[in-house]
Write a protein that binds this ligand. Structure first.
Ligand code: FES
Length: 126
């Protein structure tokens, strides 16, 4: 059902865990299955310098989270904001159609973190 790359990211997820020194934490949950994800970002001068995640979900969700963290580390917030769940699925070599919604968790948590970060910066400046 899953290709080798997905299985690799599921069984050996990259950047997994908490980040106490994170500048912002993004969260997302799936209405479809109840699974959840948290993403932790360290940001310096609008660039993601470190990223970690915790996902309570299926294999596809964990693989997508792991892949997304690899894709956005080192990117500017502007670049990271353009990463979609389809991009993550493509980078994984594809997900079974029934599992495409699982890749939303990672992309949604990332968007949530970036939006919260921008909101926080705005309120500090105001
Ligand atoms: Fe819930 Fe995959 S079944 S995220």
């Amino acid at each position: 059902m899953y290709n080798d790359k997905v299985i690799d990211h599921f069984t050996n997820p990259r950047n997994v865990g908490e980040m106490p020194e994170a500048d912002i934490i993004g969260e997302a949950g799936s209405f479809k299955c109840g699974d959840t994800m948290k993403i932790y970002l360290k940001i310096e001068q609008e660039r993601i310098t470190d990223v970690k995640f915790q996902t309570f979900g299926c294999g596809a969700a964990i693989a997508s989270s792991s892949m997304l963290t690899e894709m956005v580390k080192g990117k500017t917030l502007k670049e990271a904001q353009l990463v979609t769940n389809e991009d993550v699925a493509i980078e994984l070599g594809g997900l079974p159609p029934l599992k495409m919604h699982c890749s939303n968790l990672a992309a949604d948590a990332l968007q949530d973190a970036i939006n919260k970060y921008r909101g926080k910066r705005k309120s500090v400046r105001a």
